[in-house]
Ligand binder design. Structure first.
Ligand code: MOS
Length: 718
């Protein structure tokens, strides 16, 4: 285990990104490229009764129009990465479902052609929102630890409240884009994705191809955060268009359509009863949650309370989670999918309880520290949440805080509030396979599963490899997001680093052994490159693989087949979580009631930090998104027509530069002793968890108003 912290180093792809030469999927060029545009369903539910493509085919440049007849009937799909997707449908299940694809010589012709297609849909009744008639509430699934009802009955203090998190959509700057090339009996797909391996399998299954002839490349992705982890509808449509026309085809889906096609964060409600004994120890919690879901979508609801309950290890806990099935596209993972809404609710309730008990919110949380995972009683492999709270409080100046809500006011009447909240995220791991090739001429190539969507996995891999190998990293090639280089698994759930970085360490060890064997006792001074040159080999390549704690080789086989084999955070002998503490200052203007967030201090426990610069950048990004969720973001639904109304970046309001003040980031940087050889845990998602609760808690401290529904708006503070 590296004893020393990793040094700071620049982002591996910084220069390309700044110069604009980093190639995203829509930037790839092929001679004879055609453009595609889909025609989305204008209604939520119904049957396509008539399809008139005559006028569209007369648009100059329009080459061909794909209809449902152009697709093999897809096998039954479930909403999982790697599952086949329907081609084009005649039975509409949600507004925006693609019905027709127009293929043209230019983008303009494709758009004009799509607008000229006439479709008549016989509409059927639908439910657009969680409370719409026709929504079906599934029976709740329960988790019980100890006896929450009895303990709450005898608790010294109980908080009971409902919290609400709205529908939200990811808006990565890179739109969903696919370019497909069909040549020499092979299909090549370029798409910005977190899941090149699943695309390979899903497209093959949808189109009736052998996955072995499908290659997917996704080396650089312009933001993802869960949206690009799922296989998109469009991929197989574009692939089919390339096969039928014999020419490369590109589709960049407009943002307005993406709101209706991609997964999103569903609306959820969290009803919490939380009790403490007279000494201020939390003894019981009853947590009921319900979320909107599609008619057949996955994305189970139970993880909201299951995750949050690992924050303090409260001994008596009852959780119940239910889906409400409506007519929408499937919701899915959006940055800290469960932990973010759950910790908004739970860390708000914890804050309410601390006030009711008359305890300082930081001291109250620290007094409720735990060493065990409440779900199984096993130890946590490492936990430095109290250090996060202690260091954060020092840096923030928490000791200067006046306890009484509404007691910190500026001369002009601006109300100042200081709030705290914690967050956590599981540390998961996916099995993976990597190859390391070292060349006699000085080049090094490392290929592994992983996707770079800005989080810095390429930089972190380079940090580990250069440290282990002492090589010139200008000659280092890190190949990720490419199914031709290594089997690719889903990069999500903040498991990217844990699933790739220890493999780099292992590969270097294996390489040293391999080279030593070739040297056969000879002593050759210098680098591995020079040693390989000395034995007259152009290169030496080694392959290594890694399983999660407790996994057997079948997980690796599932992964090779494009399946999903993630494990954690509960491992056979321990549980591994990452933690963060956020301290937030808000200022509420006296007349307009506008809320500003001038400063945030966030301290994270993510085990060993590998790439300090990109790690800090991830935390800042998470805080920005947390503030955005707390104060800005919500997708609006019109119950009469279904679909999403504010489906562009003008009306889906996100935090901008002017909304964000100082963000100070710190890391505990203590290696986890059990989880892996480097001592790293998850980062990425934990960064935003708890931010919105810290904002809401600060607003309560500023104003005395407890807002339990996101986003918090001016009208809630009048
Ligand atoms: Mo994660 S939901 O892939 O940001």
């Amino acid at each position: 285990m590296p004893a020393q912290p990793f040094p700071d180093r620049p982002r591996a792809d910084a220069l390309e990104k700044v110069k604009g030469t980093a190639a995203y999927a829509a930037d790839v060029r092929f001679p004879g490229l055609l453009h595609a545009m889909t025609v989305p369903s204008p209604v939520v539910r119904g049957r396509v009764a008539a399809l008139d493509t005559e006028a569209a085919l007369r648009v100059p440049g329009v080459l061909r129009i794909l209809t449902p007849a152009d697709f093999p009937p897809a096998p039954q799909a479930v909403d999982m990465p790697g599952s086949p997707r329907p081609g084009l449908v005649t039975q509409v299940a949600f507004r925006g479902e693609p019905l027709v694809v127009v293929i043209a010589e230019t983008l303009e012709a494709a758009i004009e052609g799509a607008e000229a297609v006439r479709i008549r849909v016989e509409t059927e009744p639908f439910s657009a929102m969680m409370d719409s008639p026709g929504g079906v509430r599934e029976p709740a699934r329960d988790v019980t630890v100890g006896d929450a009802a009895r303990t709450l009955g005898g608790a010294a203090m109980v908080v009971e409240a409902s919290y609400e998190s709205p529908t939200q959509h990811h808006n990565p700057i890179e739109l969903l884009s696919t370019t497909a090339v069909w040549a020499d009996g092979r299909l090549l797909i370029h798409e910005g994705s977190q899941n090149a391996g699943a695309i390979k399998v899903a497209v093959a299954r949808t189109l009736g191809l052998d996955p072995a002839i499908v290659d997917v490349k996704s080396p650089t992705v312009g933001g993802a955060f869960g949206q690009k982890g799922w296989v998109q509808r469009q991929t197989a449509l574009v692939a089919r268009a390339a096969m039928l026309t014999g020419r490369p085809v590109k589709l960049v889906t407009p943002r307005g359509q993406i709101f209706h096609l991609a997964t999103f964060r569903p609306h959820s409600r969290h009803r919490i009863r939380l009790g403490a004994d007279a000494s201020g120890i939390m003894t019981a919690v009853h947590y009921e949650v319900e979320q909107q879901n599609s008619r057949s979508g996955g994305f189970p609801a139970g993880q909201y309370h299951e995750g949050a309950m690992r924050l303090y290890g409260i001994a008596n806990y009852h959780g119940a989670a239910a889906n409400i099935r409506t007519d929408t596209q499937a919701p899915g993972h959006m940055r800290a999918p469960y932990e973010h809404p759950a910790c908004f609710a739970f860390e708000s309730a914890v804050d309410e309880l601390s006030y009711q008990l008359g305890r300082d919110p930081v001291a109250f949380r620290m007094a409720n520290d735990t060493r065990i995972d409440v779900h199984n009683g096993r130890p946590l492999s490492s936990r430095f949440l109290n250090d996060c709270l202690r260091i954060g409080a020092e840096r923030f100046g928490w000791s200067r805080r006046r306890a009484e809500p509404g007691s910190m006011t500026d001369a002009d009447g601006t109300q100042i509030g200081w709030g705290v909240a914690c967050g956590l995220y599981p540390t998961l791991i996916h099995p993976a396979i990597a190859t390391l090739r070292i060349r006699a001429d000085g080049g090094t190539r490392f290929a592994v599963a992983g996707h770079e969507f800005g989080q810095g996995i390429r930089t972190a891999l380079a940090a580990v490899l250069t440290r282990e190998l002492q090589i010139d990293d200008r000659r280092l090639e890190v190949l990720i997001g490419d199914t031709t280089a290594a089997p690719q698994h889903l990069t999500a759930g903040s498991w990217g680093s844990a699933s790739a970085l220890p493999l780099a360490v292992q590969a270097v060890k294996r390489m040293r052994l391999a080279v030593a064997e070739l040297l056969n006792g000879r002593r050759v001074a210098g680098t591995l490159h020079q040693q390989i040159a000395a034995v007259r080999r152009p290169f030496v390549e080694v392959e290594v693989s890694q399983l999660g704690p407790g996994q057997d080789a079948s997980a690796l086989e599932r992964m090779r087949a494009g399946g999903y084999a993630v494990t954690g955070p509960a491992y056979p002998s321990f549980t591994t979580m990452s933690y963060i503490a956020h301290f937030v200052e808000v200022r509420v203007e006296p007349r307009t009631r506008r809320v500003r967030v001038p400063r945030v201090v966030s301290i994270a426990d993510c085990g060993r930090v590998i790439s300090p610069r990109t790690a800090a950048s991830q935390v800042r990004g998470g805080v920005v998104w947390g503030v955005s969720h707390a104060l800005r973001e919500a997708t609006e639904i019109d119950p009469r027509y279904g679909g999403f109304l504010n489906n562009d970046l003008a009306e889906y309001v996100v935090a901008v530069n002017a909304d964000i003040g100082d963000i100070e980031v710190g890391f505990i940087d203590e290696p986890d002793p059990l989880f892996n050889s480097i001592g790293l845990k998850s980062l990425g998602e934990v960064a935003m968890v708890g931010v919105s609760a810290a904002v809401a808690n600060a607003i309560f401290h500023a104003t005395g108003k407890r807002v339990r529904k996101l986003p918090i708006r001016i009208e809630h503070l009048l």
